[in-house]
Each structure stands twice: as structure tokens, then as C-alpha cells.
Design a protein around this ligand. Structure first.
Ligand code: SF4
Length: 345
């Protein structure tokens, strides 16, 4: 089932300084309006067999990153490497050979499944498009896929609307698995499901990952879900990553005030830690007019005048952990002293 195409130790996916800006349109004649800096210099790697989390509030650019990584959108700048092949500027025909190896699972399984097709036909179409299974074997393969995601082979005869949300997400997963991918971008795959169904779905995805040695970019607004599912994570705010590292360390000791706020809002709160965590007020500013300096400063309880002037550089805490916040720059302790904060309690 699993295709170990290469023994390489290099990360399966490498994302370097990725940028994607959109121009909004104004008025009835579609004049160019504002430039939205949806993704503004994002870098991370996904290792083979790893689940990497991308976390942030709605509108932070994480879903755009997911689409860029699969080259469903073309980046404006930066680099993308998949299995040691630079695919940043690959043409559509060149990308075809990678398409089968990279798949996507969306938040809303209903809108991603054709309501007029029976489930068996939906899965068979995928097998047909990618030419991975002989026509006479497709029925058996569909039954295997449905069984693999915990559904009865009889589900092939039914339509998507006959299933619950959790079952539909299993069908969407079966469709993604039908081409034996090595890498899946899962964009909020459980956020539309009830908590108990979420747990079952995450468990299923974990088992599939291990069995198939899959790599997953797991996009979520929920730090608690990412804690359960991922080994490493990056936290995004307004198009940029502000903190990244291993999940246990980030969860136990979030450094960036934004990560601390997300941690505090997580549905599995830690009463001891809750005392020290920042509270998050206000709305995310528009990505078409990000605040000067640190983009987080209008909402940050620890912001000083210096934060208003300069975007923070990356501070490397260890080999995996890094944070973009002036608080951790040893040379700025005088500028970041508590008495210099813009907001005093
Ligand atoms: Fe807050 Fe300043 Fe750090 Fe930005 S750089 S997160 S405003 S303390």
C-alpha cells in the first residue's frame, strides 16, 4: 500500500519564504483595490511520516499555505521542494507526476463530494483519473478503501447525503487515499464534527498515517487538536509564522504572546498554566493593511513602543524552536521592560 519511493532522509516537503498576495477588486468595473498579504514569507519542513501542524485564527493565511504547498495556487515568491524536486515553477504537465503523491482533505466533506454520484462511483472516478488500478479491479479496491476508513463496502451504493458528517469525512479520506499518496494537506478536517466524532476521526487518521507512513500538513485553528495529532507545529498570525517547534514544548511553555493566548483558549485548559497565559482581545487586523512593526502589537498585552516600530527577527531557542518576538531578544531587555508596555493593567 505504502509507496516508499526513496530512502532519502531529506524532508518530504520544504517550504522556503513562501509569499502569496492577492489584489482585491473595487467598483463595478473591477478596478484594482487593496493588496492582501495572505502569505508573507512562510518557511517550514514536513518530514517523512510526520504530521506537521499549522495553527492560527481564521484569516491568518494557513489555508492559502496549504493550497500553495500543493501548487493549487501559484506562489508569488519563495520556494517549494517536494521529495527533493523543486516544484516552485513546475508547469501543470510537469506537476501531473506529483499530483498523485499529494492529496487534500477539506473541512467540509459535503461540498467536496459530488452529491449526484454514488460513493463507489466517486472513488472509482479517482482510480480511473490516476490510472492506478485496472478497470476490473476497481470495485474490489473501492471496497478495500471503504473498509480501511471504517465504513462498510455497502456504502459504495449510497449517495453522500445519506451519511453523517463524520462518515462523509471518512469518504473524503478514502478518496484521498485511493491514489496511495505520500503527503496529505488536511485543512480543518475535524472542525465541522462533534467532539466525540472528532476523536474517532483523529484516531483513524493517526492509524492510517502509521500504516501508510504518510506525511500530513494538518491545518487547524484548534491548538488542542494539533497537540493530539502533530509532532511539530507552526503558529501563524496575519500571513506570517510567529513561533514554531515541537508540540510538547510549545504546549507546555508557549513563548509568543499570541501562542500563549491560543493555548489559553484551547479546549483542554491547564488550570496551573492558565494563570500565566495572556488573554487575547480584539480582532485580527486586515491583511491588506497590517499594523507597522510587530503585526500583533495592537492586541499584545506586552507590546512596547519598540514593537510598534520594528518587526521582530527570529530568535532561535534551540534547533527546532524559534520565536519572532522582541521579548526573547537579549539585547532588547531595556526596550521591552514591563514599565514600557503600551498597556498597563
Ligand atoms: Fe508582543 Fe512585542 Fe512580542 Fe510583538 S514583539 S508579540 S508586540 S511583545
Amino acid at each position: 500500500m505504502n509507496k516508499m519511493t526513496t530512502p532519502s532522509k531529506a524532508p518530504l516537503v520544504q517550504v522556503r519564504d513562501l509569499q502569496k498576495f492577492f489584489t482585491t477588486q473595487r467598483g463595478p468595473f473591477g478596478r484594482a483595490g487593496d493588496t492582501v498579504r495572505a502569505v508573507d514569507g512562510v518557511s517550514f519542513n514536513v518530514d517523512r511520516g510526520e504530521s506537521y501542524g499549522l495553527v492560527g485564527e481564521s484569516g491568518c493565511g494557513k489555508s492559502t499555505v496549504g493550497r500553495l504547498v500543493l501548487r493549487l495556487l501559484d506562489p508569488d515568491a519563495g520556494g517549494l521542494v517536494f521529495d527533493e524536486h523543486d516544484i516552485t515553477h513546475s508547469s501543470r504537465p510537469e506537476l501531473r507526476k506529483f499530483r498523485q503523491r499529494m492529496q487534500m482533505v477539506f473541512q467540509d466533506p459535503y461540498s467536496s463530494l459530488n452529491p449526484r454520484m454514488r460513493v463507489g462511483r466517486i472513488l472509482e472516478e479517482c482510480l480511473k483519473v490516476h490510472g492506478t488500478v485496472e478497470p476490473q479491479q476497481r470495485g474490489n479496491r473501492v471496497a478495500e478503501l471503504l473498509t480501511e476508513v471504517g465504513l462498510s463496502p455497502a456504502a459504495a451504493e449510497r449517495y453522500p447525503h445519506e451519511f453523517s458528517g463524520g462518515q462523509r469525512q471518512r469518504i473524503a479520506l478514502a478518496r484521498a487515499l485511493s491514489v496511495d499518496p505520500e503527503f496529505i494537506v488536511a485543512d480543518e478536517p475535524v472542525s465541522a464534527l462533534d467532539v466525540s466524532i472528532q476523536a474517532q476521526m483523529l484516531e483513524l487518521m493517526k492509524n492510517l498515517m502509521e500504516r501508510r507512513n504518510l506525511s500530513i500538513l494538518f491545518i487547524s485553528h484548534d491548538l488542542g487538536v494539533v497537540r493530539y495529532f502533530c509532532q511539530r507545529l507552526a503558529v501563524m498570525y496575519l500571513g506570517r509564522i510567529v513561533e514554531k517547534g515541537r508540540v510538547p514544548e510549545i504546549f507546555d511553555k508557549p513563548l509568543h504572546p499570541y501562542t500563549q493566548a491560543l493555548r489559553g483558549a484551547s479546549p483542554i485548559p491547564d488550570p496551573a498554566l492558565g494563570q500565566q497565559l495572556e488573554k487575547l482581545d480584539g480582532e485580527v487586523p486586515s491583511a491588506s493593511a497590517p499594523p507597522d512593526g510587530c503585526h500583533f502589537h495592537p492586541r499584545c498585552p506586552r507590546a512596547t513602543e519598540y514593537c510598534r516600530q520594528l518587526y521582530p527577527a527570529w530568535i532561535n531557542v534551540d534547533e527546532e524552536r524559534a520565536v519572532a518576538c522582541h521579548l526573547y531578544d537579549p539585547e532588547l531587555s531595556d526596550k521591552m521592560a514591563p514599565e514600557k508596555r503600551l498597556r498597563q493593567d
